[in-house]
Design a protein around this ligand. Structure first.
Ligand SMILES: Cc1ncc(COP(=O)(O)O)c(C=O)c1O
Length: 411
């Protein structure tokens, strides 16, 4: 069965992904099963998407109910679910308006179009982003992203992007030209290997953007939606010192729909009219099914205290992983993270890793064998992006599988 499905993938599915040899069949909570019945603890969360785990009964129910009521509603009309979600998201950020789309790349697209329009009258269009950043795979997304490998073979890219070292305020200041209109960052770089910005950098960036009339664009696609223990990662990073800090726009996707494809961008009220009628649109953006699911997810996260759970379990993971690092320094080089967004920099110099693949992929494959899903980043980072409702027992089970795998690999 599993081989037959893989063969059909090979023949019929576009080969854009390097897929692992796993064929999944079903999931429940933090676990998934493959077509041969093998169970995996899913600490990858579908790359920070399955915020309530798999097959959450209340999400399945709300989807079924909404689908028998109103499945699609063009954005020519109004409906309650979208208004409710926009209000709910806005309350967690500040006065502003929400544009709904279908993915993270589309949320980046909205912020980039917002910037172009914002700077149009003065001929400003340049946007500064960080080295190693990731903002999606559309032409605008790869143009914005600070990773060469994403751009290879796609020239000419969109004009006007400058990449600067991450977390370096002087580098941003030096890159500003009379044509600069915005700075775009992830609060915790995800694909770049789980690297958080510092509070000082954020305060400095906000002041610099205000001084030079630049938009501060926040890509919260991976680090948002309570993954860091707060709704958006700048709230976690700044904590009590947050004051009135707010970006000018915040992009969201992934956990927003918990597995139902959706994206959104919150735009600060003072820029709410920059993208006026007719300037942007989406057939499916803010679809009734997506909004019903997203509203239910927010309700469950609040009701079940999952932000606090992400905080507590994140701290538990970091502490336990630090102990494993002391025990196995050749296997674990560094542990980084915020809440349930954890990156483990792994060593790669082992006899069993001799097939030329990056260490990150080799470790993730070894963890598959042990019965655990994680996500590689870059050449040597293993990411944990588990559901926000993970239990302490599941976290412990994951750590035990991780240690067993380390012992096996380094033996
Ligand atoms: C920070 C960030 N922005 C944008 C994207 C693109 O999202 P999508 O794959 O939904 O287009 C991702 C995806 O990993 C991401 O991590």
């Amino acid at each position: 069965m599993s081989q037959e499905i893989k063969d059909r993938f090979k023949q019929f599915v576009a080969p854009t992904y390097g897929r692992f040899p796993i064929t999944l069949d079903r999931g429940e909570g933090a676990y998934v099963w493959d077509t041969d019945g093998k169970r995996y603890l899913d600490l990858g969360g579908g790359i920070a998407v399955n915020c309530l785990g798999h097959s959450h009964p209340e999400i399945s129910q709300v989807l079924a109910e909404q689908s028998s009521r109103l499945m699609h509603c063009t954005n020519f009309y109004h409906f309650d679910g979208q208004a409710q979600l926009a209000e709910n998201l806005t309350k967690r950020l500040g006065q502003g308006r929400v544009f709904f789309c279908n993915s993270g790349a589309e949320s980046s697209e909205v912020m980039l179009k917002l910037s172009r329009r914002f700077g149009q009258a003065e001929g400003r269009f340049e946007i500064i982003t960080a080295d190693n950043s990731f903002h999606g795979r559309t032409m605008a997304g790869v143009s914005a992203s600070g990773q060469k490998k994403l751009k290879d073979g796609f020239a000419p890219l969109l004009d006007g992007f400058t990449h600067v070292p991450f977390n370096d305020l002087d580098a941003v200041r030096a890159a500003i030209t009379p044509a600069t209109v915005a700075v775009m960052i992830e609060g915790v770089q995800g694909e770049g290997g789980i690297r958080p910005v510092s509070a000082e950098y954020l305060f400095g960036l906000r002041a610099l953007c205000d001084e030079r009339n630049l938009l501060l664009l926040w890509d919260g696609v991976q680090c948002g939606h309570f993954r860091t223990g707060s709704f958006q990662s700048f709230q976690a990073i700044l904590g009590d010192r947050i004051g009135d800090f707010l970006p000018d726009a915040v992009g969201m996707a992934k956990s927003l729909g918990g597995g139902f494809p959706m994206g959104a961008v919150w735009i600060a009220e003072k820029h709410a009219d920059v993208l006026g009628p007719g300037t942007h649109g989406s057939t499916f953006g803010g679809n009734p099914l997506a909004c019903a699911v997203a509203n239910k997810i927010l309700e469950i996260i609040d009701r079940d205290g999952l932000a606090a759970n992400a905080n507590a379990l994140g701290q538990f993971f970091i502490n336990e992983l630090a102990k494993l690092r002391e025990k196995y320094p050749e296997a674990i080089r560094e542990v980084r993270g915020h809440g349930l967004m954890i990156g483990i920099e792994m060593g790669g110099d082992f006899d069993s890793f001799d097939d030329g693949k990056p260490a990150a992929v080799q470790w993730v494959s070894a963890l598959h064998e042990a019965g655990m899903l994680t996500i590689p980043a870059g050449s040597s980072v293993v990411r944990f992006l588990p559901p926000l409702n993970l239990t302490q027992e599941e976290a412990q089970a994951g750590l035990a599988l991780f240690e067993q795998t380390i012992q096996k690999v380094i033996a």
